[in-house]
Write a protein that binds this ligand. Sequence first.
Ligand SMILES: [Zn+2]
Ligand SMILES: [Zn+2]
Length: 304
Amino acid sequence: MNSTFAPPAAATYPELYALASQNPKLSFLEKAWWHTMLTGIMTLSQLVRPPMYFLCHLLTSIGIITFLAHEILYFARCIPWIIADALPTLFHRFKIQDKKAPPSAKEQWSCVKYILAIHFIVEMPMIVLFHPMMELFGLKYALPFPDLKTLAIQITIFFFVEDTYHYWLHRAFHWGPLYRAIHRVHHQYAAPFGLTAEYASPWETMLLGLGTIGPPLVLGSFTGEVHLMTVLAWVALRQFQAIDAHSGYDFPWSLRRIFPLWGGSDWHDDHHRYFRGNYSSSFKHWDILMGTVAGPRGKKMRQE
Ligand SMILES: [Zn+2]
Ligand SMILES: [Zn+2]
């Protein structure tokens, strides 16, 4: 099977579904993907002409499914941290800012309400708009799925590009006027917890969000080799990274101990605690290179 396993324009939905079902090489996940594409993008696109085609994409099931997946992943990844805060006898010894009281139920609930508002008002249009954008930028969504090596290489590139973009934009957000206008909301919590990962103003959500959705679009437009599946995996991993960085917990098995360039919660917690420094999202190299490591650790580094 080659990468042009895309539905012929004239085929009807039952014909296309039969075609996918008959292909023994397709995995369960690939069939499910095919089914979503057929019920969403393809069936609607057969009904309308080009100008309406884009409008149609805004309403297709794939955009809505992606948004729902985003919601489920976000809150599901926060659950372990909510449990950890509720069981201090077991987990308090792993808490980074162990002198501060864990967030109250009231605080967590007000955070959930704010985040849901941001997700529905700002992130949902961005996610739904991403699908017509991905077509414009030449991203693939036909079968087969990309192989694991391509997936891993591209996601690594996205992590490093996003981290660079995040470092410089976040550092700019700490400049007085931008801080007051855009970034202050995110610093409401000096001792962050999982749910606060996306606790930010609408402008911050949009501008920092470009660092996540921009790299796949740019790489896709230059190479034509970026698959929507890779983008979905990348967005999920980036979401997990942001939630974990705000968790407030550092475990002996945290990724930063295996991979020293990785910042993790240990790094980002210091950003909230000391307010200046540690501006990057995933890695440490920009802060080390630019001399912006936060807190006593940064002071010690600069003295050396
Ligand atoms: Zn900040
Ligand atoms: Zn933060």
